[in-house]
Write a protein that binds this ligand. Structure first.
Ligand SMILES: [Zn+2]
Length: 125
């Protein structure tokens, strides 16, 4: 883990969602050897996210949670060849979004709806 509580909290929340929905493997969060600037990146099965964050900067919690969820979605899609997570009602891929100050997984089907707060996905998603 890092020295930044906001970043650690976001990674732990997304890990909970992965565990709850049966994604195999663990989400990593560290700086790859090839990154000379030391940006922390989300990692899944050796695949690092294209975007990185610095531990020594201040991060807004909701925006950070949405971003970490988005990056996790990116690396999981690349490694697993599927969209994660999906809506239990419609099977559409969910979108991490900031809605009225909350970090949510939303589905665009049926006019759009909220599935869960990021970090609280249930089995079956
Ligand atoms: Zn849906």
């Amino acid at each position: 883990m890092t020295t930044n509580k906001v970043l650690d909290g976001a990674v732990l929340a997304v890990r909970r969602d992965m565990e709850a929905t049966g994604v195999p493997g663990r989400l990593g969060f560290d700086s790859p050897e090839w990154d000379d600037l030391g940006y922390l990146r989300v990692e899944y099965k050796g695949q690092y996210s294209s975007y990185g964050l610095r531990a020594d900067e201040a991060h807004e919690p909701v925006a950070t949670l949405v971003l970490i969820a988005d990056l996790a979605q990116e690396v999981i899609a690349e490694q697993e060849g599927r969209i994660w997570p999906t809506c239990p009602a419609h099977s559409f891929g969910l979108h991490p979004e900031r809605v009225r100050g909350a970090a949510l997984w939303t589905c665009k089907a049926a006019g759009g709806h909220t599935v869960a707060a990021i970090g609280t996905l249930a089995d079956g998603s």
